[in-house]
Ligand binder design. Structure first.
Ligand code: PLP
Length: 503
């Protein structure tokens, strides 16, 4: 009986009645074979990305398609690498939605680049868990500096940057949803401390029951979810006719709530809403928040990347009044998921709120550098700053700016094509890489248009609805997208509309 079979409690020949490769120790396997697998995978990856246009963007599989394609349980003896590779096309690719195809126009983009992919390989090799400084000093220190680099690139005020020598600094969260929740928890800790200073007789529970936060009805669902997870009331306010949350609406809501005995403490403004990529009026909201001791968090998940181009920074005017700011380089800045960057003017509210200090996590340098475990929900964290570093260095600011500008130009090109066909209308001003449009017809006809478009499988879009008006959203997503791709997408929309309107 050989070693592996012995550990599995059965003779090896009973496991599989054919000749098998010799058993390797873990070390030998890695040394002899696995490193070559990595090289082969890189070739597969480049082939996949270079030829991605040839694949149907949306799969046709049904739920449950995958289980019958693979065995019921894990193999006792190792599978062959060739079989694993072959199964990528047989098992996985039929069920993949190709987010990096130029035909993919749904949601918002998710980023992809070779510099980020190779940095992730390195991160996978180092495989540290950087929850404290000493757990892997480079992991923390590179993150601190990268958040300064990126903060400078988008023109964030010095108060948010660690290099300013003040309290401020940045951190990489996994997602914008986590950033919104973390900011809410920091705001909650600050509000409880503030109220207790004036009314020490109030219990935490009494204070929390009175806390109220604010956001726009157009903000992302993750904001409402942060309220639910954080156990506080969040009011959804009506934006103006251009779908922007304005200072007056916020001020009125705060006044009403104060009169009702509630404690306003938190507001979320969105720069680049998911539905239609509109921008809340930060310049008006900031002063209202500051005057009322309300923590202002800014969610710029998608559009924040555009602020690396100075010509788009007018859309973040008023940012100096915010307490926290977040955007996702993993959406539009060529850094693969996950990399959601967040800056805080005073992270001590998080550090104090989330500080539990068991002996096994203490270290001698505590306080000299951030222990990022206090800035986030989980304890563990990957070395994500590496991919930011690689992307910023290997593209340089110039090329990243060119990437953003190109996507916005392509969106304007698609807009011009839509405007050239009088059956269609643009429903929202095009500012970034998103075009909102519809047939000048009923919601039902537009729903039918989208259903047929997605059914044809050449391009993929998702809809949205504002004030009961249903429209289609076309986001420029792939870094490979060229003008010719947009021509193909427009032809597909036009041809499908011909079919729908002929019926
Ligand atoms: N906020 C906005 C404006 C978004 O558009 C999105 C996702 O598209 C999110 C938040 C949620 O992002 P995440 O998946 O990083 O939590």
């Amino acid at each position: 009986m050989d070693r592996l079979a012995a550990t599995m409690g059965q003779p090896r020949d009973d496991v599989r009645g054919e000749s098998r490769p010799p058993l390797f120790s873990q070390f030998e396997m890695e040394a002899n074979q696995f490193k070559d697998f990595a090289k082969e995978m890189i070739d597969y990856v480049s082939g996949y990305l270079e030829n991605i246009r040839d694949r149907r963007v949306l799969p046709t599989v049904e739920p449950g398609y995958l289980r019958p394609l693979i065995p019921d349980s894990a193999p006792v003896v190792p599978d062959k690498w060739e079989d694993v590779m072959a199964d990528i096309e047989r098992v996985i690719m039929p069920g993949v939605t190709h987010w990096h195809s130029p035909r993919f126009h749904a949601y918002f983009p998710t980023a992809n680049s070779y510099p980020a992919i190779v940095a992730d390989i390195l991160s996978g090799a180092i495989a540290c868990i950087g929850f404290t400084w000493i757990a892997s000093p480079a992991c923390t220190e590179l993150e601190v500096v990268m958040l300064d680099w990126l903060g400078k690139m988008i023109g964030l005020p010095d108060e948010f940057l660690a290099c300013s020598g003040g309290k401020g600094g940045g951190v990489i969260q996994g997602t914008a949803s986590e950033a919104t929740l973390v900011a809410l928890l920091g705001a909650k800790a600050r509000a409880i401390a503030d109220v207790k200073r004036e009314k020490p007789e109030m219990s935490d529970a009494d204070i929390v029951a009175k806390l109220v936060g604010y956001t726009s009805s157009q903000s992302h669902s993750s904001v409402e979810r942060a309220g639910l997870l954080g156990g506080i009331k969040l009011r959804s306010l009506q934006p103006d006719d251009n779908n922007r949350l304005r200072g007056e609406a916020l001020e009125l809501a705060i006044k009403e709530d104060r009169e009702a005995g509630l404690i306003p403490f938190y507001a979320v403004a969105t720069l680049g809403t998911t539905s239609s990529c509109t921008f809340d009026h930060l310049e008006e909201l900031g002063p209202v928040c500051n005057a009322n001791n309300v923590w202002l968090h800014v969610d710029a998940a998608y559009a924040g990347s555009a602020f690396i181009c100075p010509e788009f920074r007018y859309l973040m005017k008023g940012i100096e009044r915010a307490d926290s700011f977040n955007f996702n380089p993993h959406k539009w800045l060529l850094v693969n998921f996950d990399c959601s960057t967040m800056w805080l003017k005073d992270p001590s509210w998080l550090v104090n709120a989330f500080n539990v200090d068991p002996l096994y996590l203490k270290h001698e340098q505590q306080g000299a550098a951030p222990d990022y475990r206090h800035w986030q929900i989980p304890l563990g964290r990957r070395f994500r700053a590496l991919k930011l570093w690689f992307v910023l260095r290997l593209y340089g600011i110039e090329n990243l700016q060119a990437h953003i500008r190109k996507h916005i130009e392509l969106a304007h090109y698609f807009e011009s094509l839509v405007r050239s066909d009088e059956r269609f209308e643009i429903t929202e001003e095009v500012l970034m890489g998103l075009v909102c449009f519809r047939l000048k017809n009923s919601n039902e006809v537009n729903e039918a248009l989208l259903k047929r478009l997605n059914g044809r499988g050449v391009i993929h879009l998702v809809p949205s609805k504002i004030r009961d008006v249903y429209f289609l959203r076309l986001a420029i997503c792939s870094r490979f997208t060229e003008k010719e791709d947009i021509d193909i997408s427009w032809k597909e929309v036009k041809d499908t509309a011909d079919e729908i309107l002929k019926k």
